[in-house]
Design a protein around this ligand. Structure first.
Ligand SMILES: [Zn+2]
Length: 319
């Protein structure tokens, strides 16, 4: 089965301004890189959809959702929190982020594709139940996890997050719910400076990465901490919060991942999923150095392709 790629043009309406790191150029550069490396032609391309409100309300309070609609500006830009700008098109883009993610989720669970990548923005993993944060309005991964449980009736869903920043929103929403296992690797101590310590929660595995840590430290954490937890949980679905800001060229964190570390984690996840015939959905989070992000995310997507294709394309993509 093929790999689905889901994106939507409405994200251009979420205009964060030229000085903000989370820009529409990220998706443009990713898609240019996918085309230059020949990966694009191996993907099943889908145009995304807007959200269904019930999906959002599984993860977020109605008061919070209503508030976002109330404060959306007719003109100019407001700050929803200290990091998250909102313009006239931001809410529509955030709704499309959710809808595109759930569309990709439904397709992998209905076996339209073996796996899927949702190239969405704004991202989601910092958005808590009633709070925007860190460029995020709605928590796309948590919304997908809750839809998989409530609508598709799955009982065990793993959410893997390798963004450089802890996905505080995902933990806030899915904490202590035995249907979900959250495996996270992030720079510590670092933004968002929340206190989601592993010992306080029943369904959380944190891999702490010291400032300056490289891909080897990440791999060690994945193999020693994620792998046994994942094996013990035996998920029916894997959702990946795929952030690429741990790259050594990224200005938003202080980790030293290389391009090929993202190919490694993708192939590790796909290998796990393929052995157990487990569907997998990857949802875009961070990644802000445009060149490093484009290369890393393209390699990650190359790793999602069937193995024969992936090895050939990886060589091409790494040029
Ligand atoms: Zn991040």
């Amino acid at each position: 089965m093929s790999t689905g790629y889901y994106a939507f043009h409405q994200h251009f309406g979420h205009d964060t301004g030229k000085d903000h790191p989370e820009t529409a150029d990220r998706i443009t550069v990713l898609e240019e890189t996918l085309k230059q490396t020949g990966i694009w032609n191996q993907l099943a391309i889908h145009e995304g959809k807007t959200a269904h409100l019930p999906d959002i309300l599984r993860a977020h309070s109605k008061a919070y959702v209503d508030q976002l609609h109330l404060i959306e500006p007719e003109h100019g830009c407001i700050m929803v929190d200290e990091d998250t700008p909102m313009t006239k098109g931001s809410l529509e883009a955030a709704l499309y982020s959710v809808g595109t993610t759930t569309q990709a989720l439904d397709d992998v669970l209905n076996e339209v594709h073996r796996n899927a990548f949702a190239a969405i923005r704004p991202p989601g993993h910092h958005a808590e139940r009633s709070k925007s944060m860190g460029f995020c309005f709605f928590n796309n991964s948590a919304i997908a996890a809750l839809r998989a449980a409530d609508v598709h009736h799955l009982q065990r869903i793993a959410v893997l997050d390798f963004d450089a920043h802890q996905g505080n929103g995902t933990i806030d929403i899915l904490q202590n719910d035995k249907r979900f296992l959250m495996l996270s690797a992030f720079q510590h101590p670092f933004y968002p400076y929340t206190h989601y310590e592993q010992s306080k929660y029943t369904n959380l595995v944190n891999v702490h990465l010291d400032k300056g840590a490289d891909g080897e430290a990440f791999k060690k954490g994945v193999l020693e901490q994620w792998e046994p937890a994942l094996r013990g949980f035996a998920p029916e679905l894997v959702i990946v919060s795929a952030g690429f800001d741990a790259h050594k060229e990224d200005p938003m964190a202080e980790l030293n991942f290389e391009d090929t570390d993202y190919l490694w984690i993708s192939e590790w996840i796909q290998s796990y999923c393929k052995r157990r015939n487990t569907p997998c959905l990857a949802v875009l989070e961070g990644g802000y150095d445009l060149n490093a992000f484009g290369r890393s995310a393209a390699l990650y997507i190359a790793g999602m392709l069937e193995p024969v294709e992936a090895s050939g394309q990886s060589e091409q993509a790494a040029v």
